[in-house]
Design a protein around this ligand. Structure first.
Ligand code: CTP
Ligand code: MG
Length: 173
């Protein structure tokens, strides 16, 4: 497989997870997932993880995945795009949000404040969980997995910078 083919096939597969991970920032949620509660001296999760963002992210990621399922028939078979189904796209979206929430949980246990940047960790927790969750329904090849671990931090960094420039986020990470 050529590198452009690998890139297109990897992006196609992971797209519902990327959308799920990126949507919460646009939803401006207010109700914290942890109900404002602490565990020890720190918040369980912090104000950066909300019900609106979490549920909205899963719904929007899944809906984009459904569009991909619908679009698959109209796209050239030569692209070799994975045939997705509801279980796969839902698990990718739910996994992305679960990984992101788990990441905040770990950060708070290490007293890293809400919004503080933890390079690599912030960018890969959602990918790891999305791949783990969806693996019960679909397992991409190891070439795709390696490619996604390299691509995701770059895409994450780029999209966060764009969100910062559009004033959707208060910091560029
Ligand atoms: N967001 C949300 N619900 C989520 C994830 C994100 O409402 N489950 C929103 C919050 O407004 C959050 C923003 O999207 O501030 C950016 O997400 P992220 O960078 O993951 O959160 P942080 O504020 O950096 O918090 P943390 O340090 O806990 O990651
Ligand atoms: Mg953050």
């Amino acid at each position: 497989m050529s590198l452009p083919e690998l890139a297109v096939q990897s992006l196609w597969f992971i797209f519902p997870a990327y959308i799920a991970n990126a949507s919460p920032v646009l939803l401006k949620g207010r109700r914290p997932l942890d109900f404002g509660k602490k565990w020890g001296k720190n918040r369980i999760l912090g104000d950066g993880k909300t019900w609106e963002g979490t549920i909205g992210g899963i719904v929007i990621g899944t809906m984009v995945g459904l569009l991909q399922i619908y679009a698959h028939n109209s796209l050239p078979a030569s692209l070799g795009l994975a045939k997705l189904d509801f279980a796969i796209v839902f698990l990718l979206a739910a996994g992305a949000l679960a990984g992101d929430v788990a990441g905040s949980f770990v950060k708070r246990r290490f007293s890293i404040p809400r919004g503080a940047h933890l390079p690599v960790f912030d960018q890969l927790t959602f990918l790891v969980a999305a791949l783990l969750f969806s693996s019960v329904a679909y397992r991409p090849g190891s070439d795709m997995i390696i490619f996604l671990f390299i691509l995701t931090p770059i895409v994450h960094w780029a999209t966060n910078n764009v969100a910062y420039m559009l004033k959707l986020k208060s910091n560029p990470w």
